[in-house]
Design a protein. Structure first.
Length: 149
């Protein structure tokens, strides 16, 4: 897997790392901020399958799981020639801070500037919703629901 184009995002989350980790790995908790269906098995080689918008399913497998500190999983989209399932890599580090958690995301292996821009938009949107959910609030209906691109 080559690095290609890279998305890097940081998001302050107003919750401890353990709570954020649960929001990233528990299928029911994932659905509080992203997606319409989730089937994740947070262990090395476990499945990462999330129907992100109800019309677009992300698929990959966990490569690294360090509870409450780090996740890495392959990532891609069902039916996509540009970013097929498992063709890129998402790495998430959770860094404890006095007022919550700094989430540091790196998404590598994207094949073009356009794909990089689209994924950056998506990650910015969903990490914002994650921060709202972690703060104990409802992020509301997802305006990305139904999007196919």
């Amino acid at each position: 897997m080559q690095d290609g184009f890279v998305v890097r995002r940081e998001q302050h989350i107003p919750a401890p790392p353990a709570a954020v980790f649960a929001l990233l790995t528990d299928p029911e908790k994932i659905l509080s901020w992203m997606g319409t269906e989730a089937d994740v098995e947070p262990r090395v080689d476990g499945a990462y399958i999330v129907n992100v918008t109800g019309a677009r399913c992300a698929r990959g497998a966990f490569r690294e799981v360090v509870p409450v500190h780090r996740l890495a999983y392959s990532f891609g989209w069902d039916g996509s020639d540009a970013v097929p399932p498992g063709s890129s890599l998402v790495e998430i580090d959770l860094i404890e801070q006095p007022d919550g958690t700094l989430l540091r995301l790196t998404h590598t292996g994207l094949p073009s500037e356009a794909q990089c821009a689209g994924h950056e938009e998506g990650w910015t949107h969903y990490l914002g919703r994650l921060a709202v959910a972690a703060g104990g609030r409802d992020p509301g209906p997802d305006p990305f629901e139904g999007r196919t691109g």
